[in-house]
Design a protein around this ligand. Structure first.
Ligand code: AHG
Ligand code: MN
Ligand code: MN
Length: 339
């Protein structure tokens, strides 16, 4: 991990465009706009009770979840910031039933943006880290008015992915498919500064992240994997494992990006209509791209997340991601059980 001195996000993006031809000016603008929106969300989150942003909005999203005020506000901030720049063909979000078209008064661009405006909503009111997750796709050739179908592309086609964590500091993590870079918000200057370039997730780890309260609903291979971890030194793994669960995917994934670990939200048998809790298009796919780009792995326990051909905008998938050797082991247990 190298730490160059004071490279702003703006400079980083311009150099990606000019010196490495990795992005064009529209994608550069898109990332700048998303980063600006994340700054606004970070400010709103930071005001807490004084900003009147805590608590429920009294509405439900398409997934039947009660929306928090910050879910709604963050969604509005991202929409408003991204509508007019001419870089997008359409947007979609956890908090909107259907894709949001670009209003006719604005020009349209070649990209599609999908986001989870506020991840970890259950943590807002208790002052624990929350974040924003986003994924960028290309609008299919010849599609003028993109609807849901335009978004249903496998994660391997993402041209960029990222997340922000609003924690003890605000960080923005980015990939264009060529490594993963971390920017930290300098609150006095109001700009994101590169704080770690080309981060890599250690292949081995002694730390796992899972909501253990669902254990009784898990499939057999999933129980086997966790029971072996819990057995520690005297069990089949011959070592002790530690556990962390923030219940904000952004925070759990950021810890794994920083020091390794495996994050699991498995399929459970509680509700057959929900094959997992997390959403493919705006949680699993962007995080899978970031984790793979950092040398880790991301599967559903059976297949690579980035290979899934989506069938619905809000579809859910089981998620296993992080340190490669643990993800591969947990995946092997599922495949063995299926065979
Ligand atoms: P969101 O707040 O966007 O709905 O996402 C919450 C997700 C994810 O961030 C976290 O890993 C998981 O839900 C926590 O689930 P449990 O409450 O079941 O632990
Ligand atoms: Mn989420
Ligand atoms: Mn959310």
């Amino acid at each position: 991990m190298s730490t160059p001195s004071r490279i702003s996000l703006t400079r980083f993006l311009i150099e990606q465009q000019r010196d490495h031809s990795r992005i064009n000016s529209d994608l550069r603008l898109l990332i700048e706009v998303v980063a600006r929106a994340c700054k606004r969300i970070s400010i709103a989150v930071g005001k807490g009770a004084l900003g009147g942003v805590l608590g429920s909005a009294g509405t439900e999203n398409v997934q039947g979840e009660t929306q928090k005020k910050l879910d709604v506000l963050s969604n509005e901030i991202l929409l408003e910031a991204n509508e007019w720049g001419g870089h997008l063909a359409a947007l979609a979000s956890e908090e909107m039933d259907d894709p949001h078209p670009i209003p006719h008064r604005y020009p349209k661009g070649e990209y599609l943006l999908v986001f989870d405006p506020l991840d970890g909503s259950s943590n807002i009111d208790v002052n624990i880290s929350v974040g924003t997750i986003f994924s960028v796709l290309r609008c299919p050739e010849g599609v003028r008015d993109p609807d849901e179908r335009a978004f249903l592309q496998p994660g391997s086609r993402q041209v960029a992915a990222g997340y922000a964590v609003y924690g003890s500091s605000t960080v923005l993590v980015l990939t264009f498919g060529d490594g993963v870079h971390v920017f930290t918000l300098d609150r006095e200057q109001g700009s994101f500064i590169l704080s770690a370039a080309n981060v890599k997730i250690p292949e081995d780890t002694g730390e796992f992240a899972i909501n253990m309260s669902n254990l009784r609903h898990w499939e057999a291979p999933m129980r086997r994997y966790i029971e072996e971890l819990l057995a520690g030194k005297t069990g089949p793994r011959g070592r002790d494992f530690n556990m962390r669960w923030v219940a904000s995917m952004v925070a759990d994934v950021h810890r794994i990006l920083t020091r390794g670990g495996i994050f699991i939200y498995p399929r459970d048998l509680k509700d057959a209509s929900k094959p997992g809790k997390l959403r493919l298009m705006y949680e699993a796919n962007p995080m899978a791209m970031i984790v793979e780009q950092a040398g880790g792995a991301a599967t559903t326990g059976r297949e690579r997340i980035l290979d899934i051909v989506p069938t619905r905008l809000h579809q859910r998938v089981p998620v296993f991601l992080g340190s490669k050797n643990e993800v591969e082991r947990a995946t092997a247990y599922h495949r063995e059980a299926d065979a």
